[in-house]
Ligand binder design. Structure first.
Ligand code: HSE
Length: 389
C-alpha cells in the first residue's frame, strides 16, 4: 500500500517511523509545516500529496482548518483517509464519511479517541450484534494526571498541569483538557459510532477547573478520590444522553485505580455486560499504534466506522437514567443564602469557609443548571457525581 502522511509532529513522526519498519507499506510524501522540510521525503506543499500516487493519506495535523479541506480533497481525489484528529472528526466526521462513501473510499479514525485503546473499533463491531446501553469513562490523560497528582502526591493544580504539559499529554491549548472539551469530543466520537448520533450543543460539560486541595481532603475523609468521566447512553425513551463531569469515586472502584495519564474506556452491552479497556490514551507510539491498526483494517477492506444513518442529534440529560447524587462544595455565605434552591440530602462538614454536602438525586441537567445559576450569582463551587458503587 502506498501511503502519505499529513503532519510530522508527535503523532505523525511516530506513524512515519512505524510504517517504515513494517513491511508492505511504501511512504510517498510527508507534509510538514512551512520552513520545516529537513529531508527529501518531506514536502511543504499539500498539492504534492494530492497529486502523488498514494492510496491512503494519514492525517495527524490536528485542528480543523486546513485539515478538513485537505482530507476532503484527498477523498475526492480517490485516496482513503485515516485521522487521529478528534476536533476534525467531532466537527466534520459526518461530512467526511459522506464524501468517503460517495467516492468509495475508507474513512477511519480509531486514534482520535483513547490513543492506543481500541474502544471505537470494538464499538463498531459490538453495535452490530448487541445493544450498547452506555459508553464512556476516563478519556483524558492530562486531567487524570492532574487529579491523581493532587491526590496521591499532594501537588498543586498548577504544578501538576505543568508536569502534564512537559510530558506531552496536554493539548496545545490545555484549556481543552481542563474544561472537559477534549473528553466531550471523544464522547461525541463514541456516540457517533455506538448510536449514530453526533451529540450537538445540549450536552452538559463540567471540567476540573474548580477542583481544590480541600476537595481532595474531604473526599479522602469519605474514602473517595476524584476523576473526570464522560458518558453517553440511551435512556428508556430511546433518547441519547451525553455529558462530562467530575466523579467522586470510592477508593476501591475501577476509576480510582486509574493512575497517572492512563485512560479507562468502557461500555455496557445488553448481552456482553460491562467491558473495560485500560491503557495509554495519548502519546506518540500509543496513538501511532492505533493508526497502524486502522491501516491494517483499510488493507483488509474496512471502509467506514460510521453508518449512513449517522446524524446530528440533541442529547437529553433530564431523564431518570441521568439521576445522580452529587458531592458539592459551596462557599458558606452562598450556601446560607441559597439553601432553598439546593437539594441537600446531608451536610458533610464545614471547612476553610466552605460547606461540603451531598445532594438528593437530581438529573445531570438539573445539577449543571443549578451550578450555572449559582455561578451567575458569583458563587464559588465544585461539584462531582457521587458514585454509590
Ligand atoms: N490531551 C489529550 C489527553 C491527548 O490528555 O488525553 C490525547 O487525546
Amino acid at each position: 500500500m502506498k501511503v502519505s502522511i499529513l503532519g510530522h509532529g508527535i503523532v505523525g513522526k511516530g506513524v512515519w517511523e512505524m510504517l517504515r519498519s513494517n513491511q508492505g507499506y511504501e511512504i510517498r510524501n510527508v507534509l510538514v509545516k512551512k520552513g520545516e522540510k529537513t529531508a527529501s521525503f518531506m514536502t511543504e506543499s499539500f498539492e504534492t500529496v494530492l497529486e502523488d500516487d498514494s492510496d491512503l493519506v494519514i492525517e495527524c495535523m490536528g485542528g480543523i482548518d486546513p485539515a478538513f479541506e485537505f482530507t476532503s480533497k484527498c477523498l475526492e481525489a480517490g485516496k482513503s483517509i485515516i485521522s487521529s484528529n478528534k476536533a476534525l472528526v467531532a466537527a466534520h466526521g459526518i461530512d467526511l464519511m459522506n464524501i468517503a462513501r460517495r467516492n468509495g473510499k475508507a474513512f477511519l479514525f480509531s486514534a482520535a479517541c483513547g490513543g492506543a485503546i481500541p474502544i471505537l473499533q470494538n464499538l463498531c463491531l459490538a453495535r452490530r450484534t448487541d445493544e450498547i446501553l452506555w459508553a464512556g469513562g476516563i478519556l483524558n490523560g492530562t486531567t487524570n494526571y492532574i487529579l491523581d497528582s493532587m491526590d496521591r502526591r499532594g501537588m498543586s493544580f498548577e504544578d501538576a498541569l505543568a508536569e502534564a504539559k512537559a510530558l506531552g499529554y496536554a493539548e496545545f491549548d490545555p484549556t481543552a483538557d481542563i474544561s472537559g472539551l477534549d473528553t466531550l469530543r471523544k464522547i461525541m466520537l463514541i456516540s457517533m459510532v455506538a448510536y449514530d448520533v453526533l451529540p450537538n450543543s445540549d450536552y452538559n460539560i463540567e471540567g476540573i477547573q474548580n477542583v481544590s486541595a480541600l476537595d481532595f481532603e474531604v473526599a479522602k475523609e469519605l474514602g473517595c478520590t476524584i476523576r473526570l468521566v464522560g458518558k453517553c447512553g440511551l435512556a428508556e425513551s430511546g433518547r441519547l444522553y451525553a455529558y462530562v463531569q467530575p466523579v467522586l469515586c470510592d477508593m476501591d472502584s475501577a476509576y480510582s485505580g486509574i493512575r497517572s495519564n492512563i485512560n479507562l474506556a468502557r461500555y455496557e452491552g445488553k448481552n456482553s455486560g460491562l467491558m473495560s479497556f485500560m491503557g495509554q490514551g495519548a502519546g506518540r507510539y500509543p496513538t501511532a499504534s492505533a493508526i497502524l491498526r486502522d491501516v491494517t483494517s483499510v488493507a483488509d477492506g474496512q471502509k467506514q466506522m460510521l453508518t449512513e444513518k449517522c446524524l446530528v442529534g440533541f442529547p437529553y440529560n433530564n431523564s431518570k437514567e441521568c439521576e445522580r447524587n452529587y458531592f458539592i462544595r459551596l462557599d458558606a455565605s452562598t450556601f446560607a443564602s441559597q439553601i432553598g434552591s439546593i437539594p441537600v440530602k446531608k451536610v458533610i462538614c464545614e471547612k476553610g469557609g466552605s460547606v461540603f454536602a451531598i445532594t438528593e438525586a437530581v438529573t445531570v441537567k438539573a445539577m449543571h443548571d443549578l451550578a450555572a445559576e449559582l455561578r451567575r450569582h458569583g458563587a464559588k463551587l465544585f461539584f462531582a457525581e457521587k458514585k454509590e458503587d
